[in-house]
Design a protein around this ligand. Structure first.
Ligand SMILES: Nc1ncnc2c1ncn2[C@@H]1O[C@H](COP(=O)(O)OP(=O)(O)O)[C@@H](O)[C@H]1O
Ligand SMILES: Cc1cn([C@H]2C[C@H](O)[C@@H](COP(=O)(O)OP(=O)(O)O)O2)c(=O)[nH]c1=O
Length: 209
């Protein structure tokens, strides 16, 4: 029997993390698995309020340092208020985005430095990293096309960035994959949602079901 795990979903915008997590939640419920599903930035009211500030498309003047610190602040509150208690109570935790998003988006794509962003995050949450990260691998232009095709989805300040920015985010994730190969599993997110969900489920079944 495995102990409970802290699992994160990562990948470019539009890769299908949120959609797959919804389907995975249903399967976990059917299997009577004790879990908490949550998301970043957000998950609790203080962090949802910080999310409103970070992602508001009107705030074009936001400095990259401010952005990185706001993500770290939202993460800190979410981590100590929601994730840690859930893990302590024996639940598996599944989180849509976590620290790797900050390393890829702020550290690499915003060029603040992956080590610098890692260090503000260590201040925010200590050295606890996820036990398992599922990386939704998708070329950024496909993710952006998916978001554009479904305009009813919220288009936030980061979605609205250029393709060049999103290509840097992808390169940032490649750097994250190089740094943490032992905890990251890759799924091909260009497949249909059903196939992607199935691939994620196969990985989860190995560790928690
Ligand atoms: N595998 C898929 N193939 C095609 N479209 C998808 C797939 N997964 C999700 N989508 C669609 O792409 C958009 C972005 O999906 P979403 O789950 O919000 O991605 P993310 O959370 O990774 O940004 C949504 O409109 C969703 O319906
Ligand atoms: C958690 C986190 C998210 N982000 C970005 C990624 C997304 O563009 C945005 C979150 O918006 P969201 O709508 O949740 O995007 P997605 O559905 O793709 O997960 O914030 C960062 O830049 N740094 C971070 O640390």
């Amino acid at each position: 029997m495995v102990s409970n795990l802290f699992i994160t979903f990562e990948g470019p915008d539009g890769a299908g993390k949120t959609s797959a997590l919804k389907d995975i939640v249903q399967r976990l419920e059917q299997h009577n698995i004790d879990f908490l599903a949550t998301r970043e930035p957000g998950g609790i009211r203080i962090a949802e309020n910080i999310r409103e500030v970070i992602l508001n498309p009107a705030y074009q003047e936001m400095d990259a340092h401010t952005e990185a610190l706001l993500y770290a602040a939202a993460r800190s509150q979410h981590f100590y208020e929601k994730i840690v208690p859930a893990l302590q109570s024996g639940k598996h935790v599944l989180c849509d985005r976590f620290i790797d998003s900050s390393l890829a988006y702020q550290g690499f794509a915003r060029a603040l430095g992956v080590d610098e962003v890692l260090s503000i995050n260590e201040f925010a949450i200590g050295k606890r990293m996820p036990d398992l990260t599922i990386f939704f691998d998708l070329q950024p232009q496909i993710g952006l096309a998916r978001i554009q095709a479904n305009r009813s989805d919220e288009i936030n300040r980061l979605d609205a960035e250029s393709l060049v920015f999103h290509e840097k985010v992808y390169a940032g994730y490649e750097e994250v994959l190089r740094r943490y190969p032992e905890r990251i599993r890759i799924v091909d997110a260009s497949k249909s949602l059903d196939e992607v969900t199935e691939d994620v489920w196969k990985i989860l079944k190995e560790v928690i079901v």
